[in-house]
Design a protein around this ligand. Structure first.
Ligand code: HXC
Length: 255
């Protein structure tokens, strides 16, 4: 059985982490296969949104603790393991995290590297690294803080407590909470809605929203405007605007 399951249901691609015996703990093999699968779908013109999920019991319970227990600091540095989380950020296609069950440590960081999180009512989010004597290292202290603010981020990271999906939604980490049994179906439904819009516009919009966290307002607004002009240059923009005036559904070609 493959460690990452890939399904193509154009325009949606689905990637499921498949290491159930270890609650999808993210070892080198799993992260390598994940990055490869995402890169392939990202380059596939027929795929306009990707769902990334785990199993009902666990999205991912963190980086592989056994693997880290054996590593020296220099090996960690040389192996550039954490660069794999950065690779997720470089995926241009909108990425929906479908989270059910445990979403901890590097798993939570993986979900946060996606564009939005759709969570089952059973989901539990946490950054329990300090209990292992380490700290989050793939964006946890930065992305969680930006998502939920200092008070909750400090609570989660320093006390190690898990957030329920309702609490995570109220705090701004999760976009939608869905029924336990529908965690994957609902995420696919969200992905289909995303995939039905102009694909170039979606990529530019995603890039622009992400820019909001990296620049002062004036710079971000300026960037947004330039990307709007770029969107205008696409055939899709012409199609979308004309289709509205002609009272028909647009047919986007991604050009
Ligand atoms: C390796 C893990 C694992 C992990 C679970 N397993 N989490 N193996 N790395 N992160 C394995 C267990 O060893 C066990 O294997 C099997 O999965 C089932 O887990 P149990 O503990 O038996 O299940 P349960 O009692 O239900 O408890 C679930 C749990 C617990 C609360 C999620 O497993 C847990 O606390 N896991 C660690 C969570 C964590 O600390 N994550 C942060 C990791 S550090 P066996 O063989 O015994 O059946 C991190 C740093 C990121 O992510 C740094 C940047 C990349």
């Amino acid at each position: 059985m493959s460690i990452v399951l890939v399904e193509r249901e154009p325009p949606v691609g689905i990637v499921l982490l498949n290491r159930p015996e270890a609650l999808n703990a993210l070892n080198d093999e799993l992260m390598g296969a994940l990055v490869e699968a995402l890169a392939e779908l990202d380059g596939d013109e027929a795929i306009r949104c990707i769902v990334l999920g785990g199993s009902e019991r666990a999205f991912a319970a963190g980086a592989d603790i056994g693997q880290m227990a054996e590593a020296t600091a220099m090996e960690m540095y040389e192996a550039r393991r954490i660069d794999r989380w950065d690779a997720i950020r470089k995926v241009r296609t909108p990425l929906v995290a479908a989270v059910s069950g445990f979403c901890l440590g590097g798993g939570c960081e993986l979900a946060m590297a996606c564009d939005l999180i759709v969570a089952s009512e059973t989901a539990q989010f946490g950054q329990p690294e300090t209990g292992l004597g380490i700290i989050p290292g793939a964006g946890g202290t930065q992305r969680l803080t930006r998502a939920v603010g200092k008070a909750k981020a400090m609570d989660v990271i320093l006390s190690g407590r898990f957030l329920t999906s309702d609490e995570a939604e109220r705090a701004g980490l999760v976009a939608r909470v869905v029924a336990r049994e529908a965690w994957l179906e609902e995420a696919k439904r969200v992905a289909s809605a995303i995939a039905s819009k102009g694909p170039i516009a979606q990529r530019l919009a995603k890039e622009s929203v992400n820019r909001a966290f990296e620049s002062p307002l004036e710079t971000g607004l300026d960037y947004e405007r330039k990307l709007l002009y770029l969107a205008f240059a696409s055939e899709d923009a012409h199609e979308g605007l004309t289709a509205f005036t002609e009272k028909r559904k647009p047919e986007f070609e991604g050009r």
